[in-house]
Design a protein around this ligand. Structure first.
Ligand code: AMP
Ligand code: ZN
Length: 134
């Protein structure tokens, strides 16, 4: 827990939230300023700003709980989003997974997808570099 973290305060009940799920390691609640009806957040109780700061055993429930909420919401189309770092659109520095229903073009997540032409040689070099560090 981090003293000044708004999501740690939500977990402790010091700040109210619209909770939809809680277990030993996981907490889920409605986003206060939703992109669409049903927008919810799933967070580990372990405090950490980025995905890479969280131990594996606190990550395992996050996607299953996001899937449960997606099912419960009845959303046919939805995005699962997890932002890390300011330039990557992270505002709250406690890891959170967004479950965002996409009911139509206007509501829900809007995405820019600036694809670049793939270069086979560069991709193969990258593949080897990453594989060696996994
Ligand atoms: P991100 O840009 O990925 O850091 O998203 C942070 C999200 O947290 C935003 O969608 C906010 O609307 C949401 N949020 C911030 N404060 C609260 C709160 N007190 N209760 C519920 N959601 C919140
Ligand atoms: Zn926190």
């Amino acid at each position: 827990m981090a003293a000044n973290c708004i999501f740690c305060k939500i977990i402790k009940g010091e700040i109210p939230s619209m909770k939809v799920f809680e277990s030993d390691k996981t907490f889920a609640f409605l986003d206060i300023n939703p992109l669409s009806y049903g927008h919810a957040l799933v967070i580990p109780k372990h405090h950490g700003a980025k995905l890479t700061d969280i131990p594996d055993d606190s990550l395992t429930e996050l996607l299953p709980v996001a899937a449960k909420i997606a099912r419960a919401s009845g959303a046919e189309n939805y995005n699962i989003l997890q932002n890390n770092g300011r330039i990557a659109h992270q505002v709250v520095d406690h890891v959170h997974i967004h479950m965002i229903p996409k009911p139509n073009e206007q509501e829900g997540l809007g995405i820019s997808w600036p694809q670049q032409q793939g270069n086979k040689e560069n991709l193969q070099k990258l593949q080897e570099e990453l594989k060696a560090k996994m």
